[in-house]
Ligand binder design. Structure first.
Ligand SMILES: O=C(O)[C@H](CS(=O)(=O)O)OP(=O)(O)O
Ligand SMILES: [Mg+2]
Length: 224
């Protein structure tokens, strides 16, 4: 199994392999928490306008996401695992707009299989990949310049038997990433330290793997 790490919003072609889009702060930590809370599925979209337009077709859907990390006016939730953990999302659909994780996911079509992951479900994701044993795995750190997603990619690579780092090192790099700072300096009441505590946590191998499909609409489901 060839394992490579890429960074940014444009995942490389990986026609015969598995591509994992990683977003630790916070898109896929939020997504993981939503599935833990019983969410049915996620519809990722590129813009807030697309989110509002899509909700016309899915009036029961919840809107979640951010622009420049801040909650979007008219949305139900920010891109916040803490907000989701404190809400009832059972059997709901969530339309999700985020800057890095969702953007990279929407551009990851050239792969046999696409997963999304964060540190919280790194172990479950790695075990799923090991069981599938694809010829190639591309781990995409979706933040173009941040360290938290690269750290998670290096941890997953280690879990897959390659070079890498420990969970504790990945957790430390997440807490120290520059994207984390704004959650600790009181800059906005809805940028809470709890989001980073959740993003730097591990659920161990909780079996919660998140898989992307693209037709008829981009969609993220929990693998059951
Ligand atoms: O809202 C977030 O956590 C980020 C934006 S930033 O990196 O914190 O500025 O969006 P995401 O797509 O989850 O990386
Ligand atoms: Mg991010």
């Amino acid at each position: 199994m060839k394992i490579s790490i890429a960074q940014g919003h444009n995942p490389p072609h990986n026609i015969n392999g598995i591509t994992v889009i990683i977003d630790v702060i916070r898109a896929f930590t939020t997504s993981h928490q939503a599935f833990v809370g019983g969410l049915d599925h996620i519809l990722p979209v590129a813009t807030a306008e697309e989110a509002f337009a899509l909700r016309e077709h899915y009036p029961q859907a919840l809107l979640a996401g951010e622009v420049q990390a801040l909650p979007i006016k008219g949305f139900d939730y920010g891109n916040s695992p803490w907000e989701i953990a404190n809400s009832d999302v059972t059997n709901r659909t969530m339309i999700l707009r985020t800057t890095n994780g969702v953007t990279a996911t929407l551009r990851a079509r050239d792969s046999r299989e696409v997963l999304v992951a964060a540190l919280i479900n790194a172990e479950a994701t790695a075990r799923y990949i090991q069981e599938k044993a694809p010829p190639s795995v591309v781990l995409v750190a979706s933040h173009p310049t941040g360290d938290e997603d690269v750290a998670c990619a290096e941890y997953i690579r280690a879990l897959l038997g390659g070079d890498g780092i420990t969970l504790e090192q990945a957790q430390e790099r997440t807490r120290n990433a520059f994207a984390a700072r704004k959650f600790f300096d009181g800059s906005h009441p809805r940028l809470r330290p709890e989001d980073i505590h959740m993003a730097s946590s591990s659920a161990g191998d909780d079996g919660l793997v998140m898989k992307v499909s693209f037709e008829p609409l981009p969609r993220i489901d929990r693998v059951v």
